[in-house]
Design a protein around this ligand. Sequence first.
Ligand code: ZN
Length: 68
Amino acid sequence: MSWLAILAALAIISKSKGKSSNNPYAYSNMPSACICHECGYRVESPDKHCPQLGACPKCGAPRLWREK
Ligand SMILES: [Zn+2]
C-alpha cells in the first residue's frame, strides 16, 4: 500500500509546483518598499507583497504598489 502514499505525495508535489509557476504576483521576492501612488505613503521593507498590505493607512487608497 506504500505506493499509494508515494502517488499521493507526487500528486501534492505536482500540484504545488503548478501553483508556484502560476504566481499571482509579478515578483516572487519581497519588495524593498511599497508606496501609495495617491499620497506617497511609504512602507519600508514590508514582510508581505504590496497588494497584501491592503489599503493605504494614510489616505485610504485601495492598495499600495511596489516601489521601482
Ligand atoms: Zn495613500
